[in-house]
Design a protein around this ligand. Structure first.
Ligand code: PHE
Length: 452
């Protein structure tokens, strides 16, 4: 149990380098939040559900449900100083809650198996784009299908996981923190460059208008649930990621302030992503409501038609890859931290075993999107979609509910850990007790098809 006074958990963590600096944590959390969710999912879902009105709902969902749960997950991690499962036990002494926390660990592991596939695609597209071969003619749909039906995605997934492993092996402060401190500023520069370029395209104005001028008649119950789910995913909630990161946050850091910074950073990133994608699609007369293929099939066509297209296209995919890698690192850390403490292994061993397991399960996922295993169907879905479905639509909302209910009803000292008192504490509790659980439950019922 507790060591002597003065030798608190803080010094334990500092010794092994298992602690973020204050700024380092903000970078790492932004790195986790900003990812394929913002640049790949957000634009096509926004396009599909009506542009500006959807964006307004996304912002509301970020504030009303994602932010309170974000603070709650960080508090669980920092209060429990354990992994995404053991932290619950340390705070409550209950095996039930420990097992419930494990759902998030499982979600992170499963999500990484296919997230690393898509991250691998972005790496491949970045290379192809810079080398010019992406634009050497041919139909982009065919190119995408030819690539995903070959074995190449397995190689690129391997590269992705190897990079993540390399970062995780170096530990929290000299690995995860450092990696994000280098990549996030790089990402911001590329993001702004591409935005300026997109806004200067002739006809860009129509895209800006579509994205930022809300038409509230387009709001439906379905689009509201989509916005909530996306806000949740985009803030890396329901996967143990913020609980795990929370355990590396210094005691003196304000969780509320950090959460606002991360939420704000994530929102600005989504805003700029929209200001790249919608002006580009509108300038080239492309429908933004294209679905998942938007960035891999539709955007290359736009880049190929603009001056210095292979440069800008290459930069775009580098941006996508950087966002994906920083998120994938945070996903890998969740099961790694679990395996490490569950079986008392070194960080190195835990990270290697977890990565291998993820790769083994990830290969079928990589080969099932048009590849040799695309004919295997489970409940009518290919392996990739099935893992996505189970992790994103079932495990993620359940893990989100676990955090919300635990902080709202079970753990009495959560307010102290989060540093919230008085008015803000009351608001936080109301949101966590009554608002978030109901909304998360609705997302769950809707995304599993129990409710239409
Ligand atoms: N937030 C990431 C994105 O938007 C996805 C993610 C979820 C990463 C959970 C880590 C943990 O792409």
């Amino acid at each position: 149990m507790n060591k002597q006074k003065g030798q608190d958990s803080k010094s334990e963590f500092t010794e092994s380098g298992e602690q973020f600096s204050k700024l380092g944590f903000i970078f790492a959390a932004i790195g986790s939040a900003v990812g394929l969710g913002n640049l790949w999912k957000f634009p096509y879902i926004t396009g599909k559900f009506g542009g500006g009105a959807f964006f307004v709902m996304f912002i509301l969902c970020l504030i009303v449900i994602a932010l309170p749960v974000f603070i709650a997950e960080l508090a669980i991690g920092r209060g429990g100083r354990g992994n995404a499962s053991s932290s619950f036990f340390k705070l409550s002494g209950s095996k039930f809650w420990e097992r419930s926390g494990f759902i998030g660990v499982l979600a992170a592991f499963l999500i990484l198996t296919f997230y690393s596939v898509v991250a691998g695609w972005t790496l491949y597209y970045a290379v192809q784009s810079f080398s010019g071969s992406l634009f050497s003619g041919g139909d982009y749909n065919d190119q995408f299908n030819a690539f995903t039906s070959s074995a190449a995605p397995v190689f690129w997934q391997f590269v992705t996981l190897a990079i993540c492993l390399f970062v995780i092996l170096k530990g929290v402060s000299s690995g995860i923190e450092k990696f994000n401190k280098i990549l996030i500023p790089g990402l911001v520069i590329v993001l702004i460059l591409l935005m300026v370029q997109a806004l200067r395209l002739p006809g860009a104005g129509a895209g800006v208008e579509f994205f930022l001028k809300p038409d509230f008649s387009k709001i439906t119950a379905r689009s509201m649930l989509e916005a909530m789910g996306l806000a949740f995913f985009s803030m890396s909630l329901g996967m143990g990621a913020m609980i795990t990161f929370g355990s590396y946050v210094q005691k003196g850091q304000s969780l509320g302030a950090a959460s606002l910074a991360v939420g704000g950073g994530n929102l600005i990133y989504a805003l700029i992503a929209g200001l790249i994608i919608f002006p580009t699609t509108f300038a080239f007369g492309i429908e933004p409501a294209q679905g998942p293929g938007l960035v891999f099939i539709v955007l290359p066509a736009a880049f190929s038609a603009m001056p210095f297209g292979s440069l800008f296209g290459g930069l775009f995919f580098v941006l996508l890859a950087m966002g994906a890698l920083t998120s994938a690192v945070s996903l890998l850390e969740v099961p790694t931290a679990y395996v490490k403490s569950r079986w008392s292994l070194s960080r190195q061993k835990a990270a290697i075993y977890t990565t291998i397991a993820c790769f083994v399960l990830g290969v079928p996922a990589a080969l099932s999107v048009g590849g040799v295993w695309s004919d295997i169907h489970i409940f009518g879905k290919n392996i990739f979609d099935m893992i996505d479905y189970v992790a994103s639509n079932i495990l993620l909302p359940i893990a989100g509910l676990v955090s919300t209910i635990f902080v709202g009803y079970v753990w009495k000292k959560a307010g102290d850990e989060a540093g919230l008192t008085g008015f803000w504490f009351k608001i936080w509790m109301i949101l966590l007790r009554y608002v978030s659980p109901i909304l998360i439950l609705l997302i769950f019922l809707y995304s599993t098809g129990i409710m239409h």
